[in-house]
Design a protein around this ligand. Structure first.
Ligand SMILES: Nc1ncnc2c1ncn2[C@@H]1O[C@H](COP(=O)(O)OP(=O)(O)OP(=O)(O)O)[C@@H](O)[C@H]1O
Ligand SMILES: [Mg+2]
Length: 162
């Protein structure tokens, strides 16, 4: 009999999993396709180097973004065109220090967008996040090349990929 792994669960729109980088990219690719379909808002949490940008890059790539996908560490918001003519936004709030600065990024326009939005360091804008979203927490796991994904559907957002 094969013991069921405690490390990998996906129940009712929640995902709990410990993954290699390849596995993280693979799940992120599914996530990217779903995100485009629903114009999802994806809030990413996790310390430096936990894999947020790695996940967003893989999601954007599967969504159809062509060309380089640099980190928005200095630009704060990067926007890419999708094959259907829409846009995906990649936001990094690491350098943000106040709610005013979040507004100045064009937050209102971002909230009114139709395409997917990925936000790194979402905790910097917790009060401004939409109710309907995916929360994705990334953390270092037992070895340096593994990460724990804890993801949850919030509000009326659709289910996460398994
Ligand atoms: N299982 C894994 N999943 C994701 N990344 C991994 C994994 N194992 C190793 N890595 C490495 O960890 C690093 C993650 O960096 P990344 O820029 O994605 O983190 P980040 O959370 O965006 O950091 P920051 O807060 O600085 O923006 C990459 O160099 C990646 O190759
Ligand atoms: Mg990053």
């Amino acid at each position: 009999m094969v013991a069921r792994s405690e490390k990998s669960r996906s129940l009712g729109g929640e995902v709990q999993r410990v993954v290699s980088e390849a596995q993280l990219r693979c799940w992120a690719a599914d996530l990217g396709r779903q995100a485009v379909r629903y114009g999802a808002f994806v809030a990413l949490y996790g310390t430096l180097g936990s894999g947020k940008s790695t996940l967003v890059r893989a999601s954007c790539r599967s969504a159809g973004v062509v060309g380089p996908i640099p980190s928005p560490t200095f630009t704060l918001v990067n926007r890419y065109r999708l094959p259907d003519g829409g846009f995906v936004h990649h936001v990094d709030l690491y350098r943000i220090e106040s709610e005013e600065e979040v507004w100045e990024l064009g937050w209102q326009e971002l909230m009114a967008r139709s395409g997917p939005v990925f936000v790194e360091w979402a905790d910097r804008a917790e009060a401004l996040l939409p109710d309907d979203r995916w929360d994705i927490h990334l953390a270092f796991a037992e070895s340096s090349d593994r990460r724990r994904i804890s993801a949850k559907t919030r509000g009326a957002a659709p289910r996460l990929p398994a």
